[in-house]
Design a protein. Structure first.
Ligand SMILES: Cc1cc2nc3c(=O)[nH]c(=O)nc-3n(C[C@H](O)[C@H](O)[C@H](O)COP(=O)(O)O)c2cc1C
Length: 214
């Protein structure tokens, strides 16, 4: 196995340039994501998701990115959670991958929409049974009187579905962020960092890159 400390050093020396990055930001994401997974970065697929309330107030939380391709970045959650309610009112979101050990971050901005039920069901059933029960039992983001109440709800759900396959809750599923903007940030010495952004030019159907001041 390679020395990860050395690897990190190498990255910060490597830098980012408009001519050196991939023309397609998903391909660039792929390269960096593979490197994050191969490093000692914890939960490389954890992203900080920002949403905005109906009255324009932002909030954020970590969610796990459970799939990505050229269509976008998928995560799963409760549709009636705080974030789910905010998304219902405003589909503009931002997500940030904080790969601090690599001196890197990627920020994506775009519009979010629900994935189809088959995709959500397939993912739901790929989760451990305990997590499926947890999704049913937890009214995510709603006030809970005590942990004992939650444990009671879990017991009820276990009893309800005993010996059966657990159905997809109608209040739970996936969302796909379709990015319109990416930023790749690479830390460099003396705070002279590299920032390359990609913006989707809908009129020309191309991604345009620009370098931003650090
Ligand atoms: C490492 C990590 C991974 C998480 N992954 C998810 C996730 O994939 N989906 C989810 O709904 N919540 C996830 N959470 C919990 C959320 O951060 C958050 O507490 C929850 O979704 C409720 O957020 P909300 O009240 O803003 O809707 C994760 C938390 C952490 C720290």
């Amino acid at each position: 196995m390679s020395d990860l400390k050395e690897l990190r050093q190498l990255y910060s020396e490597q830098g980012l340039s408009q001519s050196g990055v991939e023309a397609n930001p998903f391909a660039q994401f792929n390269i960096w994501f593979d490197q994050a997974c191969a490093s000692d970065t914890a939960e490389a697929n954890g992203m900080c998701l920002s949403t905005v309330s109906a009255d324009g107030k932002p909030s954020q939380r970590t969610v796990l990115m459970k799939g990505y391709d050229e269509k976008g970045f998928v995560f799963y959650t409760n549709h009636d959670s705080r974030k789910g309610n905010q998304i219902r009112n405003n589909t503009s979101v931002s997500a940030l991958f904080p790969w601090l050990a690599l001196h890197r971050q990627i920020i994506i901005e775009g519009e979010v929409s629900r994935v189809d039920d088959e995709t959500s069901l397939a993912y739901f059933h790929s989760r451990p049974r305990g997590s499926q029960i947890g999704a049913w039992a937890s009214k995510q983001s709603h006030r809970l009187a005590s942990r004992a109440v939650l444990e009671e709800q879990i017991k009820e759900v276990e009893a309800r579905f005993e010996g059966q396959s657990i159905p997809l809750p109608e209040f739970w599923g996936g969302y796909r962020i379709v990015p319109k903007r990416f930023e790749f940030w690479q830390g460099r010495n003396h705070r002279i960092h590299d920032r390359i952004i990609y913006q989707w030019l809908a009129s020309e159907l191309v991604w345009q890159t620009e370098r931003l001041s650090p």
